[in-house]
Design a protein around this ligand. Sequence first.
Ligand code: SF4
Ligand code: SF4
Length: 140
Amino acid sequence: MVICLLMLKTVHPRAWDQTCPEVFLQRCTACKRCTEECPFGAVDEDEKAIPYHKITRCRRCGTCLGSCSERIISFKDFHIDMISSMFRSVDLPEEELTLIGLVCENDAYPALDTTAIKRQKLHPAIRFVPVRCLGTLNLV
Ligand code: SF4
Ligand code: SF4
């Protein structure tokens, strides 16, 4: 049993993160978007089309958070207010066009780290906001 748990933790992309999606169900419209957009089949619905998360399948990617038009899905350590705060705290140089890059923490962010290790320079007007997955975001 211990070995199984260790293996699960090892293959999990967010092994250090024990949080799970939380849904404020009072405002759920039963639209099923979270079920359809979860890439790992970790969301299902009951007979009233109210979603529930199958936590053992959840990879904590946050795609369901981005899929919900009601904005009622969140994690303890990752939610819409937090993403908004990151945007608001971006230091914008005056009278200069700033490009904000939304970078997935699984691959794009480590790639930026590699860029820094190789001492490659980026344009000073570029800022980065790390997100769990680009699926975490929607146009709203
Ligand atoms: S966090 Fe990702 S894997 Fe987990 S339920 Fe949401 S979309 Fe599915
Ligand atoms: S996307 Fe949001 S509103 Fe729609 S079923 Fe899922 S939790 Fe409910």
